[in-house]
Design a protein around this ligand. Structure first.
Ligand code: P6P
Length: 339
């Protein structure tokens, strides 16, 4: 049995120059994940415990869980001192702490504190997604937006927490993807899978087909391809769409498959955010042997222009992403953005 912190320290030794700061940052994220996990599990009791509405049983103002999660991850990162700035899906503006401790932090974190939070009400898995870069601004001052204008290929670590039938933390520092399952009886994340590999092939496709009429022709043709009988199985692919990126990606990481959130004729950049949804998930996919693109360009090569910029996302098993990219190149060159 190996805990998250033991594993992080063990792996840190493999990096001679490592100072332990990134290890402490990852541990800070693990601590916040435990707190958020506890409150997500209680969410179902909201009505019974009177946690809903303006006050809870302690008379405290009850916050929406995504706001609550956001506050806990920000607090953990501020107190840890390794992070000098945060971009969060919950905050329009950059978050800096302007404290001597945090200004010495060498890392910046982009995060979606509770992705898919609308699924809480129907007891469907949700997740936290995070991406970590080394700051480019001078140490000793608050972090800046420019610290986040870096392609995903410069990222030092990324991961997600999936709050599902069990709570798992999955991360990579560029040396493979490793998964830890939370044991609430001891309050520890325990190593459950090391060096995860996404199957090259796969027969699961995840997309919200309600947007079909607005999809680019290349996506429509790819969906039709998925629905044909395939020689290896003599049947069509299977469609699975949870409506929670972390849950859909986690299943495809294990079983093989592709997740698509393409641009549409109404929203050409799609819905997902580049910095804290597409890039971290793409990093993990590639670290597990998969691929991730916007239909044309490798996600990790895209240099963000703004901190909440959106991007189409095609991510999963290499062969499936390559096939989707073929259809996009053949039918939908007009969707290629050169931004
Ligand atoms: P739609 C959740 O809001 C999210 O960002 C992802 O987790 C999820 O895959 C997607 O949006 C669902 O969006 O438009 O299909 O409901």
């Amino acid at each position: 049995m190996k805990t998250l912190i033991e594993f992080i320290h063990e792996r840190q030794e493999a990096f001679p120059g490592a100072t332990g700061e990134l290890s402490r940052l990852l541990n800070d994220i693990g601590i916040a994940a435990k707190i958020v996990n506890r409150d997500i599990n209680r969410a179902g009791l909201a009505n019974i415990l009177g946690l809903e509405g303006s006050t809870n049983v302690q008379g405290e103002e009850q916050k929406k869980l995504d706001v609550f999660a956001n506050e806990h991850f920000i607090k953990a990162l501020r107190n840890g001192g390794q992070c000098c700035a945060i971009v969060s899906e919950e905050n329009e503006e950059l978050i800096t702490f302007d404290s001597e401790l945090s200004n010495k932090g060498r890392y910046v974190v982009a995060m979606d504190p509770l992705d898919g939070s609308s699924n809480i009400d129907v007891n469907v898995s949700i997740g936290t997604i995070f991406a970590i870069w080394r700051r480019t601004s001078p140490v000793g001052k608050p972090g800046t937006k420019e610290d986040f204008i870096q392609p995903g290929s410069k990222m030092v670590a990324a991961g997600y927490v999936i709050y599902g039938s069990s709570t798992m933390l999955v991360y990579s520092t560029g040396a493979g993807v490793h998964a830890f399952t939370y044991d609430p009886t001891v309050g520890l994340f325990i190593l459950s899978e090391e060096s995860m590999r996404i199957p090259d092939g796969g027969n699961i496709y995840s997309v919200n087909e309600a947007n079909y009429i607005y999809f680019p022709e290349g996506v429509k043709e790819y969906i039709r391809y998925c629905q044909e009988d395939h020689p290896e199985t003599s049947r069509p692919y299977t469609t699975r769409y949870i409506g929670s990126l972390v849950a859909d990606f986690h299943r495809n990481l294990i079983r093989g498959g592709i997740y698509l959130y393409p641009g549409t004729k109404k929203n050409r950049q799609g819905k997902l955010r580049l910095l804290y949804e597409c890039i971290p998930i793409a990093f993990l996919a590639e670290q597990a042997g998969g691929k991730a693109s916007d239909g044309f360009r490798r996600i990790l090569d895209i240099r963000p222009g703004t901190i909440h910029q959106r991007s189409p996302l095609f991510v999963g098993s290499s062969h499936m992403v390559e096939k989707a990219e073929y259809f996009m190149r053949y039918y939908s060159r007009d969707f290629e953005t050169n931004a």
